[in-house]
Design a protein around this ligand. Sequence first.
Ligand code: BES
Ligand code: ZN
Length: 635
Amino acid sequence: MRFAISAVALLLTTTACTTVPMEGNIDSARTTPMVAPVLTTPDALDTSTYAQPQVARVTHVDLDLALDFAAKSVGGTATLSVLAAPGAKELVLDDKGLTIASVTDGQGKALPFTVGKSDGEKGAPLTIQIGPGGENRTVRIAYSASDADALQWLSPEQTAGGKYPYLFSQGQAILNRTWIPTQDSPGIRQTWRARVTAPKPLTVVMSGLKVGETEDLGNRRAFTYEMDKPVAPYLIAVAAGDIAFRPLGPRTGVWTEPKVLDAAASELADTEAMVSAAEKLYGPYRWGRYDMIVLPPSFPYGGMENPTLTFLTPTFIAGDRSLTGLIAHELAHSWSGNLVTNAVWGDGWLNEGVTSYFENRIVEEIYGKKRAQQEASLDYTAIIETLDRVGSDAPGTALHQPDGTDSAGSAIVYNKGAAFMRTLEHAVGRERFDAWLRQWFDKHAFQPATSQMIYDDMLAHLVTSKAEADKLKLHEWIFDPGLPSNVLRPDSAAFATVDASAKAYADAGTIPGRSTWDGWTSAERQRFLQSLPQKRSADQLGALDKALGLSASGNNEELFLWLDLALANRFDPAVEQADRFLSHVGRTKFVRPLFATLMEQGEWGQPIAKRIYAKTRAGYHSVTQASVDKVVLKD
Ligand code: BES
Ligand code: ZN
């Protein structure tokens, strides 16, 4: 297909954000939406979308939706602003399970549409005949979404308050097509606005800034939010419940259920300082506010970097801010991920790896070098474990994962990605490295990126010669499996104390004293638990628990490691606690491994896993269900 140059240029390049006065009202200036480029190189081709952005692409989404808690359904209209190439006849959207009532143009004239064959996870193409017309089109879809995979509708019993239902969404990676009819690809950025109604007294929050006052509609209220910067559509997020807000600093604050507010606010007290630290490292925070919502425990992730409103699990609340690396991580995504975004999911390390590095730099600023080094060291161990398990030549251990590669998992995307950044920082020096990373964010702000692009950028702006690039093994780091030999290994001094204790336990059964244990950082306690001999008798486990209070730990990362160790050793006294934990926590990172461990324990563990899952499955988000199904319901 061929298009006139000007239209292609319009479709594929950035239009600067300009301000034009609204007709007849010189006071209220209206901003024409920013339009971000779509990349056209083969490595930026997203095979998990049906969209054909070169033909017609969505630039803005305007939602008007009502939440129906009884029906677990959201419905209303999505009005899309579309940029069409000359001669374009069709607009293709992603649709997974939507019920489409009608599709019309800007004038209300019906547009013919078809929903194609559904292909598993990817859903189906929604193809709309947009007919002849100019570059700028409007398409309005009236629709509803019932039991959408992105959305979890919680019963009152699943909340802390126990009185009102709750809703939250999880868009990453390709779930937003289950509740928003749009082009659901990280490389097709869109601005958005949404008006959402909910029954009183529920409050609706979204990953954008609030517009105007809440509307009172009798027994319902309407909330309007806006994102005026083009974002990847997986970042559109909503939550609704009986929630309250507490400011933490001038531009930071936390939403959560009233019962959880004190604990959440206290745990998150360092947030404003983290935003300032992040800005000092890599440039201005460009999203206005940085708020967070602490969700009910069924939230399937630790955190999700929804712009202006990070979504969080309550399981990070330990009482001592020892697990707030999570906040540093989600905040860092405001640069790596939300500002500069992987164009395709196979380059997820551009989001997660760079963010994990950035996270560690924020942790260093706020909590000091020791904690940062310890956390980096835990991350490094996870890389080695993964490589030992899958082999250093497994294709899934490369950072750049071409379509069809079976990823070796988060230790590669997150930890190897971070180790790459750390290695570069060490080799060229912090000053040079930081200047490079900052210019990468600035230059690609609000745009998609690929592995090839960051490689080219390193050649142009990080190193001074091809020889230096070769010495740093830049290409190998990004495109080859395994861990390059120049990797910066963690300083063994970081864990010298705890490693000595772990050795004393392994050699002579000496358990650290309780005051020693309590004096350690959480990273040190996790390190100790991970270093324990894998085979333990019931007596040994009982003694460890008695001495260290493991089963009573208020730190969920540590509690998880204890439960996992106990279940792996068929320790009956841990079963009841595991049952209780799995009955309210839905965080995949904890839930899946615990079920997997039980399933590995033959005639002892499998009946326990099946019994627990039969009652807990319905309370999990679809993400957690899908991941545990593979473990427990595999035959
Ligand atoms: N963006 C991710 C969560 C995610 C990843 C959702 C992939 C869907 C698909 C988020 O930023 C994240 O990495 N969360 C981690 C935090 C941890 C690494 C500090 C988590 O949930 O555990
Ligand atoms: Zn992340």
